[in-house]
Design a protein around this ligand. Structure first.
Ligand SMILES: Cc1ncc(COP(=O)(O)O)c(C=O)c1O
Length: 397
């Protein structure tokens, strides 16, 4: 689908590492180029036409993001990525709320960015980290979440889709139950927002974090969504220009309203405008079409891999476009090096989910992560190479 839109796909390359980052369509590149070539001024500062154009396009991108996830524009804060968004939530919001003995629920399939900020917070406040047990298919059920909730639970922080095993979590049901028990839900949307329709109002999440570069947009930009009343009390981690109304002395600092209050300093203007173009692009394809295409490709891949007796698939039951596996007896990175000789890009290793090995018993895997521009022909090429274990053994170094 839509392969001609991507300059990177004109190369002789099979790119199956979309969980790490996606390629960018020409429209996104052109939009950013247009900013740098034709109206390269700062945002929210100038009293001249090109600066005004920056303001209009920057804020228009915010409106596009808000519409894309069904939020209000003032609930959309631009950050440098999902990592910064999650750190802002943990440190800016929960630092003031957490008390000794409080419990934070995560899972051991989370990405480092949704683990380490909570570890630090727990260490600082003598809070307790608890892990939702994964079922035999590495899924999280509402019952599993309920099983670790206690009257001390304050926060549930889970990815909607994990980056290694690709399971889709029942975030809406988790939010409903959590809110009945006065628990906040933080959702890491880095692997879900690019691949399926996201509706924060329907999910009723308190916070959502995601990155532009995993959804056809530029690197260095991300989104922190929060319910307005919660963002109002999120302490800005950075103070500076663009976010203050006025200041005179240390006792008189007046900050702007949301969302500017949380965007100190010159923002990544080209990046934000580029993210707006990425959203236009994804909407022109349709998020449901993206999900359906990825699921078809994933089933096609699983069907083929299961025919190879020495391939161990870790997450056969996952419902996203992520497939993790190993070739029996061969180190995952050696397989990735072998595939690279044939211009196939896959990820190998622990994928920043370093505590997942506690659940799956495997430390490293080969990960194929699909996007809408991947094809069955690419999967055929991958599987053909994997079909010859002797060749892998011979050529892997
Ligand atoms: C599930 C998940 N969360 C968070 C992140 C962090 O995203 P970024 O590095 O863009 O901040 C990633 C990146 O791979 C991810 O897969």
């Amino acid at each position: 689908m839509h392969r001609d839109d991507f300059p990177m796909l004109k190369q002789d390359i099979i790119y199956l590492d979309n969980g790490a980052t996606t390629f960018k369509p020409q429209s996104v590149i052109d939009t950013m180029d247009d900013y740098y070539q034709n109206y390269s001024a700062n945002a929210h500062r100038g009293d001249y036409s090109i600066s005004y154009k920056v303001d209009v396009n920057y804020e228009e991108a915010r409106v596009k993001v808000a519409r894309f996830i069904n939020a209000e524009p003032e609930e959309v804060v631009f950050t440098s990525g999902a990592t910064e968004s999650l750190n802002m939530i943990a440190t800016g919001f929960f630092d003031n709320l957490l008390e000794a003995g409080d419990e934070i629920i995560i899972s051991n399939a989370e990405h480092a960015s949704n683990v380490l900020p909570w570890f630090r917070l727990a260490n600082k406040h003598n809070a307790i980290i608890k892990y939702v047990p994964l079922d035999a298919n590495l899924h999280i059920t509402l019952d599993a979440v309920k099983s670790v909730i206690t009257p001390k639970t304050k926060i549930i922080a889970l990815a909607e889709i994990t980056n290694v095993v690709g399971d889709v979590r029942p975030i809406k049901e988790i939010c409903e139950y959590a809110h009945q028990n006065n628990i906040f839900v933080v959702c890491d949307g880095a692997q879900s927002v690019p691949h399926r329709k996201t509706d924060v109002k329907d999910l009723d999440v308190d916070f959502l974090a995601f990155s532009s570069h995993k959804m056809c947009g530029p690197t260095g930009v991300g989104v922190l969504y929060g319910k307005k009343e919660l963002l109002e009390s999120l302490e800005p981690l950075s103070l500076g220009g663009g976010m203050n109304e006025s200041f005179d002395n240390p006792n008189e600092i007046y900050l702007k309203d949301l969302p500017q209050r949380l965007e100190a300093g010159t923002p990544n203007i080209a990046g934000v405008i580029g993210l707006g173009a990425a959203i236009d692009y994804l909407e022109s394809i349709g998020m449901d079409n993206i999900t359906i295409h990825e699921q078809k490709l994933k089933s096609y891949l699983i069907d083929k891999l299961t025919k190879l007796p020495y391939i161990q698939i870790v997450n056969e039951e996952a419902d996203s476009g992520i497939v993790a596996f190993n070739v029996e007896g061969i180190f995952s990175q050696d397989v990735a090096f072998f595939l690279n000789k044939y211009n196939i890009c896959v990820r190998a290793g622990n994928h920043c989910a370093k505590i997942l090995k506690n659940s799956i018993g495997v430390k490293n895997t080969i990960r194929v992560s699909l996007y809408f521009y991947n094809t069955t022909e690419e999967i055929d090429d991958l599987v053909e190479l994997l079909s010859n274990k002797d060749k892998i053994m011979k050529e892997m170094i």
